[in-house]
Write a protein that binds this ligand. Structure first.
Ligand SMILES: [Zn+2]
Length: 71
C-alpha cells in the first residue's frame, strides 16, 4: 500500500474505497460521512475471512459434483 493511499470502508454498506481521504458520500448507499479507515491488522483479518469463505464455497461445489457422479 502506497503512503497516503489509505483504505476506507463504509460503515453502513461495507463498500471499500482507497485514497488519502475518505469520500464524503458513499456512492453505494448514499450515506454521508460513513467511511471509516481500515487499519492493516483489520485488513488481514478481512482477507483471511474472504479466503475461508472462498474455500467453503469451493468445498460445497465439489460436494454437489460428487453427488451428481453417484447417479
Ligand atoms: Zn455505503
Amino acid at each position: 500500500m502506497k503512503p497516503g493511499n489509505l483504505m476506507w470502508e463504509c460503515d453502513s454498506c461495507g463498500k471499500i474505497e482507497y485514497g488519502g481521504n475518505p469520500p464524503e458520500e458513499c456512492e453505494e448507499c448514499w450515506k454521508m460521512n460513513s467511511f471509516v479507515q481500515v487499519d492493516e491488522d483489520e485488513l488481514d483479518i478481512k482477507r483471511e475471512a474472504n479466503i475461508v469463505e472462498k474455500i467453503k464455497i469451493d468445498f460445497d461445489k465439489e460436494d454437489e459434483d460428487a453427488d451428481e457422479e453417484e447417479d
